[in-house]
Unconditional design. Structure first.
Length: 289
C-alpha cells in the first residue's frame, strides 16, 4: 500500500518539473506557501496533513496563442487517485467548455493509475482545445452581439448528518462537474456541501443528489450575488474540492468519527465564509489562539 508521504513526494517532483517547463511569470499560478507547507509535513509526518496542492497552468493554444487555463487540484493520494482537473477559457462558451473537459476526463481515466499525469494533461489541452476554440469563434461571429446580461451567482450551503459512502461521493462530484459548479464536499460526520454557479444548475444539483431517499440532509442557507460580468469572477472556489480533515480521536475508518470542525472553520474563513459556521451548526465558531 502506498503512503501519503510517498504520494506527496511525487507531487513535489512533478511541480518542480512543471515549473521548469513553464518558467515565465504568470504561466503557473501556485500559492507561495503551498510547496513549503508540504515540505514541512514531510519533515514531520506525524502532524496535520497539509492542504491539497492546487495550482493553475496557462496553456497557449494555436498560432493565435489563445489562453486556456488548466486548474489542478491534487488529492493527497495522487497519483494513485485521479487528480481534479478543469480547463477553462474566456474564448469558450459553457457547452464547449463542458465538452472539452469531458474529453480531458476521459483521457485521464485511460491512463495507468499511479503515474504522474498533469504534464500529459497540459499536452492534451494544448493538442485538443483548438477545435473547440474555432467552433466558439464561428458561432459567436454568426450571432449578432447583444449587450451582456448581468448574471447572478447562486450559492447553496447543504448540511447532512454524515457523508461516507463512496458511491454517494462519486455522485456528488460527477453532478457538480457536469453542471459546472464549484465548491466542496466535506466528508465525514457531519457532512457539508457547498455549490456555487448559476441558480438553475445549483437547483438541479440539489434535486439530483437528494433523490430519492436521502433523509438526513437539508439546505441551510442560500446566497445570491449579482455579478457585473461573468459569475466566474465572484466565485469563492475555483474547483469542486474533496474536503477531508483529520478526525478527533483514533477512529480509523469507522463510520462514527467526527471531523475536526476547528480545521473546517479555518477553511471557511480562508474563503470569506466564516459566518456560515453558525448557520450550519447553531454555534459561533472560534479558533484556538
Amino acid at each position: 500500500a502506498v503512503t501519503v508521504q510517498e504520494c506527496l513526494e511525487l507531487q513535489l517532483l512533478e511541480v518542480e518539473m512543471l515549473l521548469s517547463m513553464f518558467p515565465k511569470k504568470g504561466e503557473i499560478n501556485l500559492d507561495e506557501d503551498a510547496v513549503p507547507c508540504v515540505q514541512r509535513y514531510l519533515r514531520n509526518t506525524g502532524g496535520v496533513l497539509p492542504p491539497q496542492l492546487q495550482y493553475s497552468i496557462a496553456v497557449d493554444v494555436g498560432e493565435a496563442k489563445v489562453k486556456v487555463e488548466l486548474q489542478v487540484q491534487l488529492p493527497h493520494l495522487y497519483p494513485h487517485v485521479a487528480p481534479q482537473l478543469f480547463a477553462r477559457s474566456n474564448a469558450l462558451h459553457r457547452q464547449q467548455q463542458l465538452q472539452l473537459n469531458a474529453g480531458l476526463t476521459s483521457y485521464i481515466s485511460s491512463l495507468d493509475s499511479g503515474e504522474l499525469c498533469v504534464g500529459e494533461a497540459v499536452q492534451w489541452v494544448k493538442d485538443n482545445s483548438l477545435p473547440y476554440l474555432e467552433n466558439s469563434k464561428s458561432s459567436s461571429e454568426s450571432v449578432p452581439e447583444e449587450p451582456a446580461a448581468k448574471e447572478t451567482l447562486h450559492r447553496m450551503w447543504i448540511y447532512s448528518h454524515h457523508i461516507y459512502r463512496q458511491e454517494l461521493r462519486k455522485k456528488i462530484f460527477d453532478c457538480a462537474r457536469k453542471l459546472n459548479l464549484t465548491g466542496f464536499c466535506l466528508t465525514g460526520k457531519p457532512g457539508v456541501i457547498c455549490v456555487e454557479g448559476l441558480q438553475k444548475y445549483c437547483e438541479e444539483f440539489w434535486r439530483d443528489i437528494r433523490y430519492p431517499n436521502w433523509k438526513h440532509i437539508s439546505c441551510k442557507h442560500v446566497e445570491n450575488i449579482e455579478a457585473e460580468g461573468s459569475i466566474d469572477n465572484i466565485r469563492l472556489f475555483h474547483t469542486f474540492e474533496d474536503l477531508q480533515f483529520e478526525a478527533h480521536g483514533d477512529y480509523g475508518l469507522r463510520n462514527d468519527y467526527h471531523m475536526d470542525l476547528g480545521q473546517f472553520l479555518e477553511f471557511l474563513k480562508q474563503h470569506q465564509s466564516g459566518h456560515i459556521f453558525q448557520i450550519l451548526f447553531g454555534v459561533e465558531g472560534k479558533l484556538a489562539d
